[in-house]
Design a protein around this ligand. Structure first.
Ligand SMILES: C[S@@+](CC[C@H](N)C(=O)[O-])C[C@H]1O[C@@H](n2cnc3c(N)ncnc32)[C@H](O)[C@@H]1O
Length: 295
């Protein structure tokens, strides 16, 4: 199918937003698809796609409602491409430690191996293409080589990729995967079964440690939490209560410059920093619960 693209010069976010709304909903003909993305600090580019070249004069006439005049776009024909192959090529398998995370489209190419994890890109976070997930997978791989874990909690499981990895790498462990987004819970449940980890990975909806099933008398041996710095900081006391003696927390979702505050907060809550690694501006922290009986 032929495809034509209108690309507008960068503008401020408010202007770009109203232009994108106009092109998608009110202008004639309406665009098949409209994208809005940041192209440098404070500069936003709008692109609109059409099956036939739109009349620029008609579009300009229809733009009377915009607060500022519509900037002149560039119209170009989009070369015919194999869009499915292109989008699949954009999601190649990701290696992290001994794990290999891949989509359904790569299933046939991946030799059956214990550490291969199939995750289809979709509504939940965690295909391995974000550095925070990769950092967590590498941390899991390093930890399981050195220590034995019997109970693992994936707090904020998204697709369930970390829980599945833990179940693969630690054959005897009980793994609980929780998320506060019901959609992610459903996706993680499907992925656990798809990857043959269904019986070992229990998935349920929960926020933080609030659910009764997360309050275990002996605590978890390992908690994986790829969240955001704010929630991770707020979680520090609950994390300590949720872990057993010498339990390990793997914390991710923080930028390099946010690590110092996280480390200080967790030290104050009764943890010691066991390891730290970085990639693409992101940091993962491995913290061990200290045995301070005064707490
Ligand atoms: C960045 S994703 C991480 C997904 C996956 N664990 C990974 O490492 O790729 C964070 C997930 O945590 C969930 N989440 C955020 N805050 C949460 C909370 N307080 N309790 C439970 N889940 C939470 C979100 O819905 C999201 O699915």
């Amino acid at each position: 199918m032929p495809l034509f693209k209108l690309r507008f010069p960068p503008s401020a976010l408010a202007v770009a937003r109203s232009m994108a709304d106009l092109l998608a909903e009110r202008a004639t003909p309406p665009a098949l698809a409209v994208t809005l993305f940041e192209n440098g600090p404070g500069r936003f580019v709008v692109e609109a796609y059409y099956a036939t070249p739109p009349c620029l004069a008609d579009l300009a006439r229809g733009a009377w409602s915009l607060a500022t005049p519509m900037p002149s776009p560039v119209l170009e024909a989009v070369p015919d491409q194999d869009w499915v192959a292109l989008s699949q090529a954009a999601l190649p398998p990701v290696a992290a430690g001994r794990f290999l995370v891949h989509g359904r489209h790569d299933r046939e190419r991946i030799r059956p191996q214990r550490m291969a994890i199939e995750i289809e890109a979709g509504a939940a976070f965690g295909t391995g293409h974000n550095a925070t997930t990769t950092l967590c997978l590498e941390a899991i791989d390093r930890l399981v080589r050195r220590r034995c874990f019997r109970s693992v909690l994936d707090l904020g499981c998204g697709t369930g990729v970390l829980a599945i990895a833990a179940a693969r790498a630690i054959p005897g462990a009980h793994v609980l995967a929780v998320d506060n987004d019901p959609l992610a819970v459903a996706v993680a449940h499907t992925n656990a079964r798809l990857n043959g980890a269904g019986p070992r990975v229990r998935v349920m909806a929960a926020t933080d440690f609030a659910h009764a099933r997360l309050r275990r008398p002996r605590g978890f041996d390992l908690v994986l939490a790829n969240l955001l710095p704010g929630p991770l900081i707020a979680l520090a006391p609950a994390m300590r209560r949720g872990l057993g003696p010498r339990g390990i927390a793997v914390l991710c979702g923080l930028l390099d410059h946010q690590a110092r505050e996280l480390i200080a907060t967790y030290r104050a809550a009764g943890f010691r920093l066991a390891a730290r690694s970085r990639r693409a501006g992101w940091t993962v922290l491995t913290l061990e619960r200290t045995a301070d009986s005064r707490r």
